[in-house]
Write a protein that binds this ligand. Structure first.
Ligand code: ZN
Length: 429
């Protein structure tokens, strides 16, 4: 096997860079991020690339084009993980293109564009209250206000970046010098990401790979319901202002609405109840809602319906409800032309192209604002389980996906590009 066995071995090496062995957890700007980055930089250099950390801790490798003033095709995924993660989420999208470059370099083959592989420092948002930090930075969407956000130990992102050996101010200065957002990377003509599916669709269809049509948008809300505490033995049922029973109705409404309207998924994943005593009527309940759809209008309708129904429930139950959106991202459609090129690469491997949307968020979702974007999904074993140590990928599937990705890279023709627009910012790689 040309690529698959090596990629799985490399994923095993990377899984050992963890903050809580034997589980796998690797957060942004941790010691283990640095170790994983150093390992990946070594692989990139061995494959024939220049490589290093950028000022925010992103791992960036570059395989030069065969022609001067060539544009850039960017590919990559995230190095960070959720807590107690699987080992292929994110990492496959870094390791797979490195294997492609290694093969191109072995054949002394250059492309009509520079290929940049990025291991984004943060995508999952586990350490700081922000997500997609690395990819947003690469897309010119880094928000300097994030630097003052703190982790659970009170360390600011600015401090963590500097402790890592990075330079937050330098990044902001580079962004400022290049003017409007995105201009720093305006020469990027395409972004592609390969990623484990994290669901069971390809597995159920018996397919190793598939083409992503769009990445679902998401809205996350924090809901507080305020009632009135009282003695569980003395307050009559009809006279209660029970925040938990009101919240229970609200949770079931989210489920029924998203079940009845195809194309939506809705989840309540966190709930807290106070005062939290067996003999006290609940007064304060807080919970989160996560609603996703690949159609933004469906998601907007769902949020409106949720707010309207929650108001009705609160009024009827004599409690106060407040909802706050704390995260929102629009659906990111994948480029039709790039989807067709991935389909062609899949066909060339004797596999019928399967098109599917991504319910999970990915680094690729920030790039449509900058350049045409596409994603290749790889089959996820074990009923499609992911964000979990039972996540699996076979060496055979890693082989097919890498071969498809290489076919794509070898056949992609960048649009005509003028030398004057090929100026690029020095990202210190
Ligand atoms: Zn991922």
């Amino acid at each position: 096997m040309k690529y698959g066995t090596d990629i799985l071995k490399q994923a095993d090496v990377l899984a050992a860079f963890t903050e809580d062995a034997p589980q796998l957890t690797r957060t942004y700007l941790s010691k283990e991020h640095k170790q994983a980055g150093a390992y990946l930089i070594g692989l990139m250099r061995d494959a024939g690339m220049t490589a290093g950390f950028d000022p925010l801790g992103n791992i960036v490798g570059r395989y030069e084009a065969g022609v001067p003033f060539a544009p850039v095709v960017m590919t990559g995924s995230h190095q960070d993980s959720v807590r107690n993660a699987g080992r292929y989420d994110g990492l496959f999208g870094i390791l797979s293109p490195i294997a492609c470059v290694k093969e191109l370099n072995r054949q002394h083959k250059r492309l009509p564009y520079a290929l940049e592989i990025v291991g984004f420092g943060d995508e999952e948002g586990v350490r700081f209250p922000a997500t997609l930090i690395g990819s947003k930075a690469m897309a010119g969407l880094f928000d300097p206000a994030w630097l003052d956000k703190t982790d659970a130990s009170g360390v600011t992102m600015r401090q963590a970046i500097n402790d890592f050996g990075g330079d937050a101010e330098k990044w902001c200065e580079l962004d400022r010098r290049n003017g409007a957002p995105n201009s720093a990377h305006g020469e990027v003509v395409a972004f592609v990401e390969s990623h484990i599916e994290q669901g069971p669709v390809l597995l159920n269809d018996g397919l190793a790979v598939g083409v992503v049509t769009a990445i679902a948008g998401a809205t996350r809300l924090r809901v507080t319901v305020t009632g009135l505490a009282g003695h569980a033995g003395t307050v009559p049922m009809g006279a209660r202002q029970d925040a938990l029973t009101a919240a229970a109705e609200m949770v079931l409404f989210v489920e029924s609405y998203c079940t009845q309207n195809a194309g939506l998924v809705g989840t309540v994943g966190i709930m807290s109840v106070k005062p939290g005593a067996v003999n006290v009527i609940p007064q304060d309940v807080e919970f989160t809602i996560d609603v996703r759809s690949s159609e933004d209008s469906l998601r907007a309708d769902a949020i409106n319906a949720i707010n309207a129904e929650f108001t009705v429930i609160a009024k009827r139950r004599n409690v106060v409800v407040v909802t706050n959106v704390f995260f929102s991202s629009n659906a990111a459609p994948c480029d039709a032309g790039l989807q067709a090129q991935f389909a062609q690469a899949i066909n060339a491997h004797g596999i019928t192209p399967r098109y599917l949307p991504s319910g999970a968020g990915h680094d690729a979702m920030v790039f449509p604002a900058v350049a045409p974007t596409a994603m290749l999904f790889v089959r996820c074993g074990n009923n499609g389980i992911s964000h979990h140590p039972d996540e699996t990928m076979t060496a055979e599937d890693a082989e097919v996906a890498t071969s498809v990705l290489l076919h794509f890279f070898e056949n992609y023709q960048p649009p005509q590009f003028s030398a004057s627009s090929a100026q690029r910012v020095d990202r210190q790689i």
